[in-house]
Design a protein around this ligand. Structure first.
Ligand code: 475
Length: 805
């Protein structure tokens, strides 16, 4: 459908009248946002219905991406871009006397995720639709998204994220597609006359899962997929069971909040129920859909792929078994074969505390039928493989052991594919973390390096650079991110090099303005903008960054006229509310900022800016303005990272350890165009094996480290008596779990190298250009195409569409 400016403007005026009974000139940005949203919805409505019908009538194989988190951020601009009407709408609004950007600001971030894992799921949704792949998301519609972070006296304070307060224009409630989900009570198997067993439930509870669908609009290709998020309600038939307000509350709480810890939620009842709730609703609705196709159940894997994003949806395995056994009367063997073929699983972390386990009693109590099935899967696994492998290996890989249900084991055993998210990460899974499984199922393991949606992370968020690219290499990169490569031809072109710098400068001015408005700190756009944005975690080592800043500070104090390239260190990070060590680091960074930013001796050579409430929208502001990308996790700990890719795409120079996807970034840009430092993964493991890491020794041997660390406990950094001691102790008393001190010297040298490179303007611009030119590799389009071919066995719909047009 061709949407002209004229038609668009008339529609806005008309709808505003209908909805708010006012002239458009009187409308507030909030009202305009709602009307604009509903107009945009009408622009993709036909394609949405058509895509759905096509999949059904063509019997297209589809993937369902199950994830307990999705982190789309704002959707208005992205929908406009993908519909190909961003300029039409922007110009139309201007003619009506409004600015699109003011209206865009009204949209609340959809923040139903914690960090990397949830954002990856959303980048995948964008890429799946944009590549014309038949795929849907399946998750939870939390009433409250990830908490809003405020700093009070330098401390993180968490406020609820009431994202639904003004309604959500994008979602469509589908009451008619609701599903009943059962939990609790007792279950026993009753023999039928024909010898089969049927489960009988006693005292169990039924809850209603109501889906809310959101369109995932593909990039200018008429494909509109669906993100389906489930919300809990009390079914009419059960109303009488919920007499008291508390009873209802308990149930309604099920989809109330997103758990704000991105590594573990030790044994929380509601978390386990959340997991089962969206899994059961999702899998039931998929089987209901499959039945419409009138094909034998044994062929399900030709029509359906289910992806388990980390272990939170691992109950997909026993839930599919339950449906096939109890409701479709298949034999165990048939059901198992179907389930394993349909399921695939991605691991996102090797951190052992993040490996999900549930106490047997809790699972039995809340999900008795699930537990029975898991027990049987476990029993059969042990039976089948103990013939071939030593007892210890079987003991280590079985699902139920030490009183707990091991969810990763369930996901691996119950699926045909297990993948890691970067080469190094997958190698570590195969050789260390999941080695026992690799011995049993070598063919199931594969790598899929993460990727990012270049539409959001460049086209939408960095207009100055996008325009420059259009001018320099034409526009094909917008369709095919690999064409960014064309920029490489301009690496000696002075005009292009300075244009890159100008675009960056423009973005830095805009960020400086935002910093001034939100923090009252004045920063110069001529300084190096050095950026570390990610969740706050000990392994990500924001602390290492801070130690280096303190070193620079003491260098200045020791030598007041020290010449150095001015720097602004920008942080964005939320800490899990219960993670007190991470919160101590936030407090300490904030107090150090107070100290340094207000010390007249520093004379603007150093600034620390910790921006509140890091989220997708803030990332979109920071990333285009970054000069340096801090990717400094201890080697082996960061599974992949994705901000590294976003920053590179925007021309930042990466300062990194050889961890996660940093290694692949180095391979893509060449080692002269990235600054690498620190222990390698082998060296880290060598310390583990020899058990000879000695942080105290490093401290005692280095006057610099002593000076920097003492600042935490001797009052140099103000107001951190408690936090400073906790951090100091983590390094010295508890022997520095993430080898911060070991990498300190190497990091300082790398920072020195950054400064030298920056001082050679042309060289810096060239590195920046080379980074942009080689970022196409990390487009999530490629990543999902690899998943589609290797794991899901699904195909793009275009081939067919072209024929029928
Ligand atoms: C990795 N989140 C990144 C990214 O693959 C990687 C865990 C438990 C509960 C809720 N959320 C989580 C994660 O484990 C997570 O975000 N992992 C991250 O996944 C995408 O790029 O290296 O740390």
């Amino acid at each position: 459908m061709k949407i002209t400016k004229k038609v668009f403007k008339e529609e806005m005026i008309q709808r505003l009248k209908e909805k708010y009974a006012m002239d458009i000139s009187d409308a507030t940005p909030q009202e305009l946002f709602h009307v604009l949203g509903s107009v945009v919805k009408t622009y993709y409505a036909d394609d949405w219905v058509q895509t759905w019908k096509d999949y059904l009538t063509e019997e297209t194989k589809q993937v369902y991406y199950f994830s307990i988190e999705f982190l789309p951020g704002k959707m208005l601009k992205s929908n406009l871009l993908n519909l190909g009407i961003l300029d039409t709408v922007r110009d139309g609004l201007t003619e009506l006397g409004f600015s699109l950007d003011d209206i865009v600001d009204q949209e609340k971030d959809m923040a139903l995720g914690n960090g990397g894992l949830g954002r990856l799921a959303s980048c995948f949704m964008d890429s799946i639709a944009s590549c014309g792949l038949p795929g849907n998301g399946n998750g939870i519609r939390y009433d409250y998204g990830l908490f809003k972070q405020r700093f009070v006296d330098g401390y993180q304070v968490e406020l609820p994220d009431e994202w639904l307060n003004n309604g959500n224009v994008w979602e469509v409630r589908k009451e008619s597609k609701a599903i009943d989900v059962r939990f609790g009570g007792d279950v026993y198997m009753m023999p039928l006359a024909d010898g089969r067993l049927k489960p009988v439930y006693e005292n169990s509870r039924l809850i209603k899962a109501v889906p809310y669908d959101t369109a995932m609009v593909g990039y200018q290709n008429d494909v509109v997929n669906t993100l389906r998020l489930w919300s809990v309600e009390i079914p009419a038939s059960e109303e009488s069971k919920y007499r008291s307000l508390e009873d209802r509350r308990e149930l309604e709480d099920l989809t109330a909040v997103l758990y704000p810890d991105d590594s573990n939620e030790r044994g929380r009842r509601i978390r386990l129920l959340q997991e089962y709730f969206f899994v059961s609703a999702g899998v039931q609705s998929i089987v209901r859909y499959f039945k419409k196709l009138n094909k034998p159940l044994t062929t399900m894997s030709q029509s359906i792929a289910i992806h388990i994003n980390d272990t939170h949806p691992a109950l997909c395995v026993p839930e599919m078994m339950r449906i096939l056994l109890d409701e479709c009367d298949l034999s165990w063997e048939q059901a198992w074969e179907i389930t394993v073929k349909v399921m695939s699983y991605t691991n996102h972390t090797i951190m052992s505390e993040a490996l999900e386990k549930w106490p047997i009693e809790l699972m039995q109590d809340l999900l008795p039928r699930m537990y029975q099935i898991i027990e049987e899967i476990d029993r059969r696994f042990v039976n089948q493989y103990r013939k071939y492998y030593e007892a210890d290996l079987i003991e280590r890989t079985r699902i139920i052991r030490n009183g707990q249900v091991h969810m990763a084991n369930l996901a691996i055993i119950g699926s045909h594919s297990t993948n890691g998210v970067a080469k190094l990460h997958t190698d570590l899974l195969k050789n260390v973390v999941l080695h026992d499984f690799y011995v049993i199922f070598p063919g199931r393991f594969n790598n899929k390096t993460n990727g990012i949606a270049e539409r959001r992370w460049l086209q939408l968020s960095n207009e100055p650079l996008a325009k420059l690219l259009d001018k320099t290499i034409k526009t094909s990169w917008r369709q095919k991110p690999n064409d960014l490569h064309l920029l490489q031809n301009f690496v000696e072109d002075d005009a292009v090099l300075s244009a890159i710098e100008e675009a960056k400068y423009k973005n830095k001015v805009a960020l400086a303005q935002y910093i001034k408005e939100t923090t009252d700190i004045v920063v110069s756009p001529n300084a190096i903008f050095d950026v570390q944005i990610k969740r706050l975690h000990a392994y990500k080592r924001q602390l290492l960054n801070l130690l280096h800043i303190l070193k620079l500070y003491f260098d200045i104090k020791a030598k007041p006229d020290l010449q150095m390239e001015p720097r602004v260190f920008i942080f964005g990070a939320k800490a899990a509310p219960s993670y007190s060590y991470a919160k101590a680091i936030i407090k300490t960074i904030n107090e150090t900022a107070q100290l340094i930013n207000n010390d007249p001796d520093v004379k603007d050579r150093l600034k620390i800016v910790f921006l509140e409430n890091y989220n997708v929208t803030l990332a979109e502001r920071i990333i285009p303005a970054a000069d340096v990308s801090e990717q400094i996790s201890l080697a082996s700990k960061e599974a992949s990272g994705t901000s590294n890719m976003k920053l590179m795409l925007n021309g930042a120079v990466t300062l990194a350890t050889l961890d996660g996807a940093n290694i692949e970034i180095r391979d893509a840009v060449g080692k002269e165009n990235i600054v690498i430092f620190g222990l390698t993964e082998e060296e880290v493991y060598a310390y583990y094996h020899a058990q000879n890491y000695n942080a105290l020794g490093i401290y005692e041997d280095s006057p610099t480290i002593q000076k920097v660390l003492n600042a935490f406990i001797d009052g140099t950094i103000p107001n951190i008596q408690f936090e400073g001691q906790e951090i100091f102790d983590s390094l010295i008393k508890y022997n520095d779990e993430f080898f911060v001190l070991r990498d300190f010297d190497s990091y300082c040298l790398a920072q020195k190298r950054i400064e030298e490179l920056y001082q050679d303007k042309r060289r810096w611009q060239q590195i920046s250009l080379i980074n942009i030119a080689n970022a196409g590799k990390f487009s999530a389009d490629h990543t999902v195409e690899r998943y589609a071919e290797d794991i899901w066995q699904i195909e793009p719909v275009f081939a067919h569409k072209e024929l029928t047009r």
